[in-house]
Design a protein around this ligand. Structure first.
Ligand code: KG4
Ligand code: ZN
Length: 369
């Protein structure tokens, strides 16, 4: 089965071709063109700029995919239809609807957060990398990754608990089966990635904040600034990161921090975020007797978070931890194609032949799981 995935929910334009055969997969193409460098000049995502770049990048990115003999060979298309920026989403969804109509291939809609959850199944892949030509539109292309050898798709053991941490979301999701989601906790204000981005802005470190804070924190002392652990001991599984960001702001106010102070503050802030995320996830895993813990989303690239979760999940008996490779933590279309695969399997089982009708696929910027 050959699936074309398309993802345009924010500032990355991505297309991928995933092949799945007898429970194994290989990635024939995986292209991500990003406008993040341009967004950095504005200090954060400007929706109008992101959407304009999506329009410029979508055809060059799809053109690369076409070189693989698409559309003749593909079986169906999967596209992110929400949540995200409405005008960015619309670019990918309209492209996918058009291709579905012209090529007469079924179209499956995918929730962006589902993509982040399933990215954890794309683990430990031996890839060969090669550089793709710069997009004519001038976007920053990430190295294209191909995986020519088939690789076993890990089976999920349920119940599974997913921690999705991105720029727009922080959620704990309980799964009792494939494509079956129940949100058991979420942030009441800022997403954790958003807090990283805002703290980086406060410290004048640029955008996006996650990678730069993590880098600074490597040389900082995590115990040097006392910061709160918001909602660590609340009985529910919700989070809050807005107060933590404000606490950082107060540490900075009326002071001139030198580089060393900033490194210490980054380390202390990161430590506070990681401690809350890890401890609450482990508590939820115990309470719901999870057999699998999944980490996904842009913030899943954070080394301290990955290691913290690995350490604590290791103490839970019979629990498997699935963490995506770093290259699949950010937005990409392989994860979207993979969800499309599970959606198709479900549709086949239920013999719902109507599934895949392009005219039913609509953008929903506030789409829920
Ligand atoms: O999933 P993603 O690429 O886009 C959304 O769906 O939002 O996540 C982007 C977020 C940004 O807030 C970025 O600062 C954060 O992920 N991020 C990180 C790291 N790398 C990216 N946060 C913490 N540590 C990192 N290493
Ligand atoms: Zn994302």
């Amino acid at each position: 089965m050959l699936i074309l995935g398309i993802e345009t929910s924010c500032d990355e334009t991505a297309a991928a071709v995933l092949e799945i055969k007898n429970g194994s997969f290989r990635i024939l193409s995986n292209l991500v063109s990003s406008s993040v460098e341009l967004q950095a000049r504005y200090g954060g995502i400007v929706p109008e700029v992101a959407a304009r770049k999506q329009v410029e990048f979508v055809m060059p990115v799809l053109e690369q995919v076409k070189k693989l003999g698409i559309p003749k060979n593909i079986d169906y298309i999967a596209v992110t239809s929400g949540p995200g920026l409405i005008t960015s989403l619309r670019v990918g969804v309209e492209a996918a609807r058009t291709l579905s109509y012209i090529w007469k291939k079924p179209l499956m809609q995918v929730n962006h957060l589902e993509g982040h959850i399933y990215s954890a199944l794309l683990n430990k892949i031996q890839n060969s990398k090669f550089k793709v030509p710069a997009s004519p539109a001038g976007g920053q292309n990430k190295p294209q990754i191909q995986n020519k050898n088939f690789q076993r798709l890990p089976k999920l053991v349920f119940p599974a608990l997913a921690l999705v941490v991105s720029g727009g979301h922080t959620q704990l999701i309980l799964m009792r089966n494939y494509l079956d989601y129940k949100i058991i906790g979420e942030t009441l204000d800022d997403a954790v990635g958003e807090a990283f981005d805002k703290v980086a802005k406060i410290l004048d470190l640029g955008y996006p904040g996650g990678p730069v804070i993590a880098k600074m924190a490597e040389e900082g002392n995590r115990n040097s600034f006392g910061l709160p652990r918001p909602m660590l001991n609340s009985r529910d599984f919700n989070f809050s990161f807005s107060g933590l960001k404000t606490a950082v702001l107060y540490k900075v106010k009326d002071k001139r921090l030198n580089r060393k102070d900033k490194k210490n503050l980054c380390a202390s802030f990161q430590e506070a975020c990681v401690e809350v995320l890890v401890k609450k996830t482990i508590r939820a895993a115990r309470e719901y007797k999870a057999k699998t813990i999944i980490l996904g989303g842009g913030v899943a690239a954070n080394k301290e978070l990955r290691e913290g979760l690995e350490r604590m999940a290791g103490e839970l008996e019979g629990v498997k931890l699935l963490i995506p490779e770093i290259k699949y933590t950010g937005d990409n279309a392989v994860m979207i194609a993979l969800v499309g695969y599970f959606r198709k399997i479900k549709a086949l089982k239920r013999k719902s032949i109507k599934k895949g009708d392009w005219s039913k696929v609509k953008v929903d910027p506030n789409m829920e799981l």
